[in-house]
Ligand binder design. Structure first.
Ligand SMILES: [Zn+2]
Length: 108
């Protein structure tokens, strides 16, 4: 993905090389809402279920319950779709951990 827009055709889609994002370690996800099983939406204000709370913020609350931080709370660059697991948010630290034979890091 890093090569795209640099040495491979297409638009640049990432600034992170392989292993330089906590997404690579499974501790970050980017979400969108799927409306009625059909349409992807990144609308953070819409309230499709009419409960007076924007559906996006309902997701933020659920992630927070499980210790996931929301990129929408960042001060410098707000990354609205992004969530990451607290305590595992440094790819530099994660990249130094031992890996199993499949390349997955070993946490214990
Ligand atoms: Zn992300």
């Amino acid at each position: 993905m890093y090569a795209q827009g640099r040495t491979a055709p297409g638009k640049k889609i990432t600034n992170a090389k392989g292993g330089q994002s906590i997404h690579n370690y499974g501790f970050a996800v980017d979400i969108c809402l799927i409306i009625e099983g059909k349409t992807a939406s990144w609308d953070t204000k819409k309230d499709w279920d009419n409960d007076k709370i924007a559906d996006w913020y309902e997701c933020v609350k659920i992630f927070a319950l499980y210790g996931w931080e929301w990129g929408g709370n960042w001060k410098t660059f707000k990354d609205m779709p992004h969530f990451e697991k607290g305590n595992f948010n440094s790819w530099r630290k994660l990249s130094k951990l031992k890996k199993d034979k499949n390349g997955y890091i070993i946490l214990s």
